[in-house]
Design a protein. Sequence first.
Length: 267
Amino acid sequence: SRYYREVLPGEIVKISRYDVQTLDVVPRPEGDPSAFCIFEYVYFARPDSIFEGQMVYSVRRRCGQQLAIEAPVEADLVSTVPESATPAALGYAQKCGLPYVEVLCKNRYVGRTFIQPNMRLRQLGVAKKFGVLSDNFKGKRVVIIDDSIVRGNTISPIIKLLRESGAKEVHIRVASPPIRFPCYMGINIPTKEELIANRPEFHDLANYIGADSVVYLSVEGLVSSVQESIRARQENENSLKTQKSRVGKIGHCTACLTGEYPVELEW
């Protein structure tokens, strides 16, 4: 029978035709908590992935709910740029008591804009990539939930498209904090200069991208959305045991958001 499970942080696994064996689990130095990449939850992982005993989709929905607590806005409907931020948008809408409505539909035959070789092609790609469902939002105030704004040049033409198609207001809410620092652990994040959060335009981001307002989720909000059910499960497991066992420290790497790296950088 096939059984899938997560490889634990620091775990060395031997897979043979007969079985799966754990050879060793290498602990973190000084017993530091592990540092699982928090951006896996925000952006990289498939929504049906399970990390640390929880489904990525559920974490993204919680991020949307937390964003609604931190950054509500007077509006008529909540939507998203299909479809990576859909769970967060549903969470936001549910918490705000606003309807979740589709404003764009994806053209299935166009490649990813993120990997287009230059800026002009990326922006052109956006117009080809989406169809506008204008009947759904004409004359209305729209909240668009995005999962992350990295450079700021993909969302801009989308806002323009919505306004030209009749949106009365367009408010952007981002279900993750701004990326400010490079990742030295293997994720190819654009250079510090390319990141919108480090550019002067960030101080008036709404105006720069053409939105009525822009608010990002706080780092604390993201961390609590990710850790809430891990903590609850740990406490539950401990209450089931007769002797009080130590609750393991929960650790996530937030270096790209905070500049606090889980290991010392050597150079």
